[in-house]
Design a binder for this molecule. Structure first.
Ligand code: ADP
Ligand code: ZN
Ligand code: ZN
Length: 724
């Protein structure tokens, strides 16, 4: 019999293999590939091969896992086709933990053999009896556990093993997952919350459906969707909860534990290899029921998925721009569709795409309009930096308007917490020489280096290049010419320290994102009111709940509104309202100050008026007129090469052969805003089509018209989110 096996490689075609026994579709099999062995999935059974029979190799073995379900295989096909990625690379995201295919690690444990001490010709000693007492009744333990439990040294155990009183037992090294407990500690929902929860529960378990849970910050969305999670779980199903930045959710985990009595199983890049192995196996074997994960969790081989929740569903970090480009939120909806289940998109600031899907009736919506209990929405006020100019101090430039400084001081005097938000890491975004005008640039990218004073380094935020802060100008060698230009969070912290030396100040920046412990520590200190003023980047916008926080200052509300990004306004709106939403979540009312040079800007006005609808309508009109998503489709084409000329020629050739008719238009080629990135020259084109056109097909036909040299890469990004 011949079957087709898809391998986790950058290829779209499965290969033919022979098998003596019938094999189920989706079965995971080990096959010879070149000189190696590889694990893939049976993609098609009982096929007629066009190859010479002698050339077809035999499947080595079928792995002891349930086959990948048809729904998952269909989903993999869809993701590959929609995002124009090789099928094998999407499968690779499913089979992401190679180690689960090796032999399971065995643990050496010990039990009583039944042989007595005297039979073993050992003396009766207290220590030996303690070991026997510890193990009697059929207990099995590792050597170190016995030593500890019985309070004996390892040599006592060694003798007992050698003389046959203890017997070795091999057991698979497998993590036991504690199961969530239904109704462990239910919170009492208020009327509005209960209604929303009832609605979500009614939909859960009733086939495919998408519900937007649209509730203002602090309205209790988590508590509400937990009800649906419990319902699916009680029905014996698995639940996937997708969150943007997993490392930052110790608060979330704490709440889950309080509600369900155990911690959920996690899935994200910060897991150890052992954890990845345990969790992957537990998911496919249906041993774990509730998984909280980053976008990559979407590709786990769930055995009995019953509900998906996408928390903070507006978050742009659900979009992956890596080997396979995909929008995790949208793909989650598709997975729900293939699995025929309910998916909840939970957010305070839904994206325009989602809103349009609600309006067209594709998605349902439930709203939570008020904050939980006594908490009120914060008041938002604009500080016009043209009128209320920051006043220079002895330490140098200032970035905080006198009004904001005064409010910070008052808040400190009242003993309440404040947050300052600036979406710029480091000390200064640019270092410039006053004597010769030289700006320090990354040697690998067309981008300035950011000064990180805390680390004593200049860092490129695009490629990670890092160098010591030079003592003199690399160009004119002036010893005191170099100066920092513009503020980053570290510099704001410096100013606040000068202005309010008695305040306890901390900086929370996404530089630490790799250092989860540090982030958790600062968040915990903030929660426990051990920090007066927290200064941070967008990391602050992520769902944190600080009950004592009453003042939020947005240092530069204009940042992010500039630039050619189609979602700039929307994203700024989301980011600023999320940050603003951190204020006043406890009993005291919160106040938010926005520093800006453009007080009349529609985004900022919408924040002041708390009128999201007005802003979104405006945004919708603009995109409608320009036929931008969700009213049209976009695909970005990025041409890059270490060879400048070849990149340019290829981009020009693509431009010349581009379609421009009947609902299809192409912009570019143009040098990318970051023209050089990691030593590669980059050009961009943007394909735009009407909504009813299959943009993937257009792109395929177009790319076929151009021959791409081997050292030029042409990358396609469907529904692009970044345009650098
Ligand atoms: P959101 O996700 O909508 O911003 P959260 O779910 O984080 O809101 O809820 C905000 C705070 O209010 C949390 O501390 C949460 O535990 C609390 N809360 C919300 N609803 C209830 C409830 N019904 N009973 C007790 N506490 C609640
Ligand atoms: Zn760089
Ligand atoms: Zn100089």
């Amino acid at each position: 019999m011949i079957v087709k096996v898809l391998l986790p490689l950058a290829l779209s075609e499965p290969f033919d293999y022979k098998t003596d026994e019938p094999i189920a579709g989706g079965a995971l099999v080990e096959v010879p590939f070149g000189k190696e062995k590889m694990v893939g999935a049976v993609w098609q059974t009982d096929v007629k091969s066009s190859l010479d029979d002698k050339k077809i190799k035999k499947i080595i073995r079928v792995l002891p896992y349930p086959p990948l379900q048809k729904s998952l295989r269909n989903f993999v096909e869809f993701v590959a086709k929609y995002n124009m990625a090789p099928l094998g690379m999407v499968l690779k995201m499913v089979l992401s933990v190679k180690q689960v295919f090796g032999d399971a690690k065995m643990l050496k444990l010990y039990e009583l053999s039944g042989k007595t001490l005297s039979e073993a010709k050992l003396k009766n000693s207290d220590a030996r009896w303690r070991v026997i007492d510890f193990l009697k009744g059929g207990h099995i333990f590792a050597r170190s556990e016995i030593a500890q439990g019985a309070g004996v040294s390892d040599s006592v155990i060694k003798t007992m093993i050698e003389n046959g009183v203890l017997r070795e037992v091999l057991q698979e090294d497998k993590k036991e997952f504690a199961q969530p407990i239904c109704g462990f500690q239910k919170v009492k929902l208020n009327d509005e919350q209960q209604k929303a929860a009832d609605y979500l529960c009614a939909k859960t378990g009733e086939g495919f459906g998408v519900t937007l849970l649209n509730g203002v910050t602090g309205s209790g969305k988590t508590e509400v969707y937990f009800e649906a999670v419990e319902k699916a779980f009680a029905a014996g199903k698995q639940v996937l909860i997708m969150v943007p930045e997993i490392g930052l959710t110790s608060q979330w985990l704490g709440r889950f534990e309080k509600r369900f009595g155990v911690c959920p199983c996690e899935w994200h890049s910060a897991l150890t290899q052992k954890e990845r192995v345990d969790n992957w196996k537990a998911v496919i074997n249906n041993e774990v029921k509730i998984i909280i994960g980053a976008r990559s969790a979407l590709f786990l081989p769930f055995a009995s998925l019953g509900l998906i929740v996408v928390d903070e569903s507006h978050d742009a970090s659900f979009k992956q721009e890596d080997v396979v480009n995909y929008q995790g939120r949208d793909m989650a909806v598709m997975r729900a569709k293939y699995e025929q289940l309910h998916i909840i998109l939970s957010t305070a600031t839904p994206d325009l795409e989602t809103i349009c899907n609600v309006e067209s009736g594709k998605y349902e919506e439930v709203k939570l309009r008020s904050r939980y209990a006594a908490a009120q929405m914060p008041e938002v006020e604009i500080i016009d930096l043209k009128k209320d100019k920051p006043i220079k101090g002895d330490w140098g430039t200032s970035w905080l308007a006198p009004q904001l400084c005064q409010k910070l001081k008052d808040n400190l005097a009242k003993g309440e917490q404040s947050v300052l938000f600036l979406n710029r890491r480091g000390y200064a975004p640019l270092v410039i020489c006053r004597d010769c005008g030289h700006k320090i640039e990354c040697p690998h990218c067309s981008a300035w280096l950011t000064e990180h004073l805390r680390l004593g380094k200049l860092i490129c935020h695009h490629c990670g290049y890092m160098t010591d802060i030079p003592s003199m100008c690399p160009e004119c060698h002036s010893a005191d010419g170099l100066c920092a230009c513009g503020p980053g969070v570290e510099r704001i912290a410096e100013e606040v320290k000068y202005r309010l030396p008695e305040a306890k100040i901390k900086v929370l920046s996404s530089d630490f994102v790799t250092n989860f412990k540090e982030v958790q520590k600062i968040i915990k200190e903030m929660e426990e009111d051990k920090i007066d003023i927290l200064i941070g980047t967008q990391i602050l916008a992520k769902g944190h709940h600080f009950p004592e926080l009453t003042l939020v200052g947005i240092v530069d509300a204009d940042l992010g509104l500039m630039g050619g990004d189609l979602r700039a306004a929307e994203r700024t709106y989301q980011l600023l309202s999320q940050v603003a939403g951190r204020a006043g979540r406890g009993e005291k009312k919160g106040k938010v100050y926005l520093q800006t040079l453009h007080p009349e800007n529609a985004v900022l006005q919408a924040l002041v008026n708390g009128n999201a609808e007005e802003f979104l309508n405006l945004e919708k009109q603009t995109r409608k007129i320009m036929k931008m998503p969700p009213f049209g489709k976009l695909a970005a084409i990025i041409v890059s090469s270490v060879n400048k000329k070849e990149a340019e020629d290829c981009a020009i050739a693509l431009g010349k052969t581009a379609f421009n008719d009947n609902g299809i238009s192409t912009l570019g080629p143009a040098p990318a805003p970051i023209y050089m990135l990691r030593n590669k020259y980059r050009y961009r084109l943007l394909l735009k089509t009407a909504k009813n056109i299959n943009i993937q097909n257009v792109a395929i036909q177009w790319l076929q018209r151009v021959k791409v040299p081997s050292n030029v890469r042409v990358e396609i990004d469907i529904d692009p989110y970044s345009f650098y």
